[in-house]
Design a protein around this ligand. Sequence first.
Ligand SMILES: [Cu+2]
Length: 129
Amino acid sequence: MRIFCSVLLLVALAACGGADAPDEADAIPDPTVENPAEEAPADGPDEALGSVHSTEGTVHSITPDRSHLRIDHDPIPDYMEAMRMPFAVEDTTLISGVEPGDRVAFTFDDSGSIAQITDLDRIEEAENE
Ligand SMILES: [Cu+2]
């Protein structure tokens, strides 16, 4: 009778030990729910804000379709030395009446592959007729 009781005790312990296994499995993190809110934020808008500049310059040339022009622009503090560079004009009405030699004040967005003029005023007409 003592032997029988000891066997029952061993079986009970074994059953108890086996019941622990599922608890350990629950502690392993599920990789499918890791960092669910982590999405790559788009950093375009912030960079574009730093790429808008205003300066003055003298128009050097304008393409026949008036979609691009070259301007000898003044130095732009903390951004650019004075230089001749190409600009795109999406809205050609911005430069209606503007001709090479004109002095202009303008604003451009330099965030793309080519500087894009967003505003332009002629401040002095070319001297040569
Ligand atoms: Cu420049």
